[in-house]
Unconditional design. Structure first.
Length: 258
């Protein structure tokens, strides 16, 4: 789980020393579990020819990892000294832990996985915004494609029935284009769509901000270079003027002596 008040950035809360210590110690193991969960979930969704036994054991493994996430939330709640403050700041964590316990909402488990990965990746790459944004878009896009395909393909009225359709739908939705040729018809699929729409707008805002920041930086760099060049030329002119004054002074002295 991640801090809801600053996504992607690790903060040490002086008011909750035990909680901060626990989060720092569990950061890397939870990230590893999140990656394993995402890979397992992708294999489960895409590999439709697996035997029932394999599917059963894989489902058990995914729910075991999910149980770790749920237990970790309970431990953090126990360690928190101010319970009300913790619940308020981590209400979204509680929701995404509780809702996927309903079988029809299991694809929403990916939201928590994304939050865990965002906490780790954001801490690592927060100084390299371009890498962070690109990685986030790829991760969100993959997760949304898997989630909507998992939710939709078994519905008789579904028009998103393979991974290609899911990827196309994700691209048009996250970019806010929305052609309408592919759309979710199930409740879970529409919840995924709503989350992706909100996330798409946020990601586009971040991308726009990064591009604007890049242009501002380039313009500022060009202005600084021009300013340095002008200052250098001014210094050179001042030096030449000083030399000319010296020459004129020496010439005047020679003329006065003669």
């Amino acid at each position: 789980m991640s801090d809801t008040y600053a996504p992607g950035v690790r903060h040490s809360d002086p008011l909750e020393p035990r909680l901060s210590t626990w989060e720092e110690r569990t950061d890397l193991p939870l990230t590893a579990l999140a990656v394993i969960f995402l890979c397992g979930y992708a294999w489960q969704v895409l590999h439709t020819t697996a035997s029932p036994t394999v599917v059963l054991w894989q489902e058990i493994g995914l729910w075991a990892i999910w149980a770790v996430f749920a237990v970790e939330y309970v431990i953090r709640f126990t360690l928190a000294q101010r319970k009300g403050r913790f619940l308020w700041r981590h209400m979204f964590d509680l929701i995404v832990v509780a809702l996927p316990m309903v079988r029809q909402l299991r694809a929403l488990r990916l939201i928590t996985v994304l939050k865990v990965l965002n906490r780790r990746v954001g801490t690592t790459f927060r100084g390299r915004i371009g890498i962070y944004v690109a990685g986030t878009i790829l991760l969100v896009g993959l997760s949304a494609s898997l989630a909507v395909l998992d939710a939709e393909r078994h519905d008789p009225d579904a028009n998103i029935t393979d991974f290609g359709d899911a990827v196309w739908w994700t691209m048009t939705t996250i970019s806010t284009v929305g052609y309408g040729d592919r759309y979710p018809v199930t409740v879970e699929g529409r919840l995924v769509a709503a989350a992706l729409m909100i996330g798409g707008i946020a990601l586009l805002g971040v991308v726009t901000g990064v591009i604007a920041s890049w242009f501002v930086q380039k313009i500022a760099g060009a202005e600084e270079s021009i300013e340095e060049s002008i200052q250098s030329e001014v210094k050179g002119l001042r030096s030449e003027i000083a030399e000319l004054r010296g020459e004129l002074k020496r010439t005047g002295n020679e003329i006065s002596r003669s």
